[in-house]
Design a protein around this ligand. Structure first.
Ligand code: NAD
Ligand code: TDX
Length: 343
């Protein structure tokens, strides 16, 4: 089987490539990635020379390139991780999010149709459901929860989901969609909460917690997400959406405190800063459908996953140091300067 994995030089896509290589050593994996600021070829250095792997630098919006790659590779399936993925960046400038996340997905699906309606899996997010109130612990996102997005990022992901379902209904494209909660683990780009806080704590820099830190996210170790996608790809029902999450809701402030404690750093580093615009309060996935239909359950407990993750950042300083020395630095200045004053 040949699978085109888009966005495979990013956080979850790279972990998916590593996972699939172990789970299916006979598969050919072709990674198509534009190498934006979030894509990092050094992440893939361990697999670049493997005969069952090919890396292609390219934009999923580039129709000619995408079509010729499909003509060359005759893939059996596509898994689309490629996206602009950071909510804060979408608030600064939505346009690229619409281009990559919506137009890019449609180009890939056109290529999949052109190649004979090959299998297409869209990686979506729980953010398409909007948020849940903090005081209603009984409420969860199910696959039938209405789409109700808050940010340009989540709106672009919801648009891609609707397009994918429309390609299934209109053209019979064999599509599935997974909507996962927040992932964490190795190779997570340092702009996101967990790696940002680990790295700032290691550097003795302040830890910018938005608002009061009471927003809740439902954290899942990245390998558990990869296993879910593998299952859906092989056994999921065509035309269906699957929520992926492990009932692991935590407040941001509690995550930050755990990180500080594990690193032996002082809580004085915490700085409460201006809140994110439109900040979603709580995400919480009901994974009943994927559990009952496909037998998926998360395997990594948060206490183990966060310990492994912190250790990975301690052991792989050169990976993140290279990133924070580069153009990411400019983003950090733009995003946080003027915001870092304690509230
Ligand atoms: P990431 O930002 O770490 O990686 C995105 C990758 O896509 C990068 O390698 C980047 O170079 C590539 N890319 C961006 N634009 C491209 C384009 N036009 N053409 C080709 N490649 C392009 O993102 P991530 O956190 O790994 O997220 C992967 C997917 O999972 C996204 O679709 C995201 O919406 C979804 N998701 C993420 C999370 C999470 O917690 N990180 C949770 C649920 C869903
Ligand atoms: O500096 C920060 N301070 C802070 O308090 C950052 C970067 C984040 N936060 C808060 C905002 C959120 O409540 O932490 C929480 C997590 O923030 P992010 O890591 O930016 O993730 P989130 O906005 O929840 O979105 C993530 O999960 C769903 C991914 O980035 C998305 O791609 C995915 O779809």
């Amino acid at each position: 089987m040949t699978i085109i994995v888009t966005g495979g030089a990013g956080f979850i896509g790279s972990n998916f490539i590593f996972y699939m290589m172990k789970a299916h050593p006979d598969y050919r994996l072709v990674c198509l990635d534009k190498l934006t600021y979030a894509g990092n070829l050094s992440t893939l250095k361990g697999v670049l020379d493997m005969p069952s792997f090919r890396f292609v630098r390219g934009d999923i919006c580039d129709r000619d390139l995408v079509y010729s790659l499909f003509d060359e590779e005759h893939p059996d399936a596509v898994v689309n991780f490629a996206a602009e993925s950071h909510v804060d960046r979408s608030i600064l400038d939505p346009s690229l999010f619409l281009q990559t996340n919506i137009i890019g997905t449609s180009v890939l699906m056109d290529a999949a149709r052109r190649a004979g309606n090959i299998r297409f899996h869209q990686i979506s997010t729980d953010e398409v459901y909007g948020d849940l109130p903090l005081d209603r612990k009984d409420l969860f996102f199910t696959e039938t929860t209405p789409l109700h997005t808050s940010s340009p990022y989540s709106s672009s992901k919801a648009a891609a989901d609707l397009l994918a379902l429309s390609y299934h209904r209109t053209y019979g494209l064999p599509v599935t969609i997974s909507r996962c909660s927040n992932n964490y683990g190795p190779y997570h780009f340092p702009e996101k909460l967990i790696p940002l806080m680990i790295i700032n704590a290691l550097k003795g820099k302040s830890l910018p917690v938005y608002g009061q830190g009471i927003n809740v996210r439902d954290w899942l170790y990245v390998e558990d997400h990869c296993r879910a996608v593998d299952l859906i790809l092989h056994k999921g029902r065509i035309g269906e959406v699957y929520n992926v999450g492990g009932h692991n809701e935590m407040r941001n402030i509690d995550i930050v405190r755990i990180i500080l404690r594990q690193l032996g750093k002082s809580e004085d580093l915490i700085t409460f800063v201006e809140d994110r615009k439109g900040h979603d309060l709580r995400y919480a996935i009901d994974p009943q459908k994927i559990s009952s239909e496909l037998g998926w359950l998360p395997e990594t407990k948060f206490e183990d996953g966060i310990r492994k993750t912190i250790k990975w950042y301690l052991d792989n300083e050169s990976w993140w140091q290279e990133i924070i020395d580069g153009e990411y630095q400019d983003y950090y200045e733009r995003m946080y300067s003027g915001r870092l004053e304690p509230r």
